[in-house]
Design a binder for this molecule. Structure first.
Ligand SMILES: [Zn+2]
Length: 654
């Protein structure tokens, strides 16, 4: 596999994103996943699981257990017929195809590629001569197409475009890309070119069109993306989409994007909107978008984000509620919303060069998003609460099945988030064992990273420039060393200043700090080795007092990971534990537990009922906490992230 990867490497070298344009705000250019080979103790087994199990589970449900592919087969007749499922189900086919495309890059698999080609033939056959493609309207009545902004026609189109680009990038095959281009052109001719107003009910097409713009270099796709962004906030959705959701805030349509300052409405819609906004801002340099995103981002991270990086507290709108109202057992925290946080925060980092966005990205990735995928690879969470009375269980699939393929495509494209390049330097964002080659200032630089993350803070990076040259290596100093998240929503109970130890070739490195990165500027030579030690220890987290649900509670964090207590490890009860004032933590790696995790162990008082049920008493018990992402892999069980420090909300029996 490594050989295969190296063989194709020279072909794919080197296109580190689009180059800076006049007026561009973009500071960093993420290295594409297709140029990054991951070999990491933590992530490689998960990526293999996605390649071997998750993709096949998605294929089975898309093709056999639901009618998603059958819809395309029938729509290929271009006449009315039976439509199975919900109007947005085409998008699940496209997202599964996109995940297959990413996975094929690191895990060539002829059976998966054959399946993808088979699907592509069916998708292409369902496209109408004018470029329109949506099985719901083809089968239920084309006379109604483009009449209902909520019906996700453009959302599905966006996912087709993303899948097409991914598949083209991996295989070089154009068929699905040509279908996507024809559809993008059709939509452009129906809306922008006629200036027919249309507020997309579920954003997605904006970011997809920006990918198409970067692939084709055709300005019209940039204009089309910008046109969709600028449709919002002018009342065009009034009487249409507003009535369906009772509130224009639901799909971020109350104000023009540039005037938005608060996070509102459906969480996934918001994340995709701001990802697309950042993509447009990166090219146009429009500060109006940037000002809006800065304010909205602070509203999310300072007042509306869970410790796990999950967002969208409420089930009723799958989205945001009041500031600081963050219920734990009722937390919605859709997996897709955490995936969206990864997308948006990467774009914000790319625009600003600031590491704080990667701090949030990392939190959402390792906690809120990863929790959506079971260790077995074929069970999923749609919502990711921070406490459970043991009633939740991972499921094989959902009626609305956005989450499985979304977490699959994120994990399969993990390489997108590790390295960036910028003006005369390399940026290292995530500490994931991997190798790549990047081009900076005309020089090709090989990078090979070894990492014990997230269990150990040891990282080494070998730097191999083709020519010895002076440039900056920018190493992210993880924000979690000194504060759980940017802002004041969460704090460590004990403040202390922890600095990483960084050396080059065994000698303490001379570095400056800029935007959250340690910057080592020197003349780099082949074989130079950077070693980093991020001290990792168990940290207690307290919440801002405004969050009443976390009052008198403590959460545990180790490195980037949020921990939870699950009944399975604690006499079947995660709700009778009282956090001691001075806990003595021990952390040990347990290779046989939950795919290999470090547990946190400590003594705590637990409240118990006497055998006759007539009294309660307190005894000391050894408590075991596990990483949040790994809970609910042994069946239903009670769970809590925020542990009480006083006798509050204790549950004695299940
Ligand atoms: Zn979802």
């Amino acid at each position: 596999m490594i050989k295969n990867w190296l063989k194709t490497f020279s072909l794919i070298l080197i296109c580190n994103g689009a180059q800076a344009q006049t007026g561009s705000l973009q500071k960093l250019y993420p290295v594409n996943f297709s140029e990054v080979y991951i070999n990491d103790n933590f992530w490689t087994p998960k990526m293999n699981k996605v390649a071997d199990v998750t993709l096949r589970a998605c294929i089975d449900y898309t093709e056999n257990k639901t009618g998603r592919i059958r819809n395309f087969e029938r729509a290929a007749l271009h006449t009315k017929g039976k439509h199975e499922g919900v109007y947005y189900d085409d998008s699940d086919v496209y997202k599964a195809l996109e995940a297959m495309a990413y996975s094929l890059r690191n895990h060539p698999d002829s059976a998966i590629e054959r399946k993808a080609d088979e699907w592509i033939d069916k998708i292409a056959a369902a496209q109408l001569p004018d470029g329109y493609l949506n099985t719901y309207y083809t089968l239920t009545g084309l006379e109604n197409r483009w009449t209902d902004m909520e019906k996700h026609e453009d959302y599905c189109a966006g996912h087709l475009i993303e899948a097409a680009i991914a598949y083209y990038n991996t295989t070089g095959k154009r068929k699905i890309l040509d279908v996507a281009i024809k559809l993008a052109d059709h939509i452009d001719s129906v809306f922008r070119l006629k200036d027919r107003h249309w507020v997309s009910g579920h954003q997605e097409i904006e970011l997809a069109l920006m990918k198409l713009y970067h692939l084709t270099n055709k300005d019209k796709y940039l204009q089309e993306a910008k046109w969709f962004l600028d449709q919002r906030g002018h009342g065009y959705g009034k009487g249409v989409i507003w009535d369906q959701w009772k509130d224009p805030k639901y799909c971020q349509d109350e104000l023009p994007v540039k005037d938005q300052r608060d996070i509102t409405g459906h969480a996934v819609r918001a994340m995709y909107l701001y990802t697309g906004t950042a993509d447009v801002a990166a090219v146009t340099g429009d500060a109006g978008y940037m000002n809006a995103m800065n304010a909205v981002w602070e509203d999310v991270v300072y007042r509306n984000m869970y410790l796990t990086g999950g967002i969208g507290a409420l089930a009723k709108n799958e989205g945001f509620g009041d500031d600081y109202d963050l219920p734990n057992d009722q937390a919605y925290c859709e997996t897709c919303a955490s995936v969206g946080m990864v997308f948006w925060n990467q774009r914000m980092n790319m625009l600003t060069g600031n590491a704080k966005y990667i701090d949030v990205l990392e939190r959402s990735l390792y906690n809120g998003a990863l929790d959506g995928l079971s260790l077995s690879g074929d069970r999923f969470f749609y919502g990711n609460p921070l406490a459970s009375a043991g009633t939740q269980n991972r499921r094989e699939w959902f009626g609305t099945a956005c989450c499985p393929s979304n977490i699959a495509r994120l994990v399969a494209s993990l390489g997108n988030y590790i390295y960036s390049t910028g003006d005369k330097g390399v940026w290292v964002n995530l500490f994931i064992g991997s190798s790549t080659r990047v081009k900076v200032d005309g020089n090709t630089i090989g990078l090979n990273m070894l990492s014990g993350y997230p269990w150990k803070g040891d990282v080494s990076i070998t730097v191999d420039p083709a020519k010895k040259k002076t440039f900056g290596m920018h190493l992210r100093i993880p924000g979690w060393l000194n504060q759980p998240v940017p802002g004041k929503l969460y704090q460590y109970a004990e403040t202390k200043e922890i600095k990483p130890m960084i050396s080059v070739n065994g000698k303490a490195a001379d570095y400056s700090i800029n935007d959250g990165y340690a910057v080592i500027n020197r003349t780099w030579r082949k074989g130079d080795v950077i070693t980093i030690q991020f001290p990792m220890e168990v940290r207690q987290v307290i919440s801002n007092p405004e969050v009443k649900q976390d009052k008198d509670r403590i959460a545990l964090q180790y490195g980037p990971l949020v921990y939870c207590v699950e009944g399975k490890d604690n006499n079947d009860n995660a709700w009778n534990i009282i956090m001691p004032a001075q806990p003595k933590f021990e952390s040990t790696f347990q290779p046989g537990l939950l795919g290999g995790v470090s547990t946190i162990n400590f003594d705590a008082n637990v409240v118990q009922v006497s055998a006759d049920g007539k009294s309660v008493s307190t005894t000391t018990q050894k408590v075991t906490a596990i990483p949040y992402y790994s809970w609910n892999n042994r069946g239903a069980s009670s769970m809590q992230v925020w542990l009480p420090t006083t006798v509050t909300n204790i549950k004695l029996n299940y």
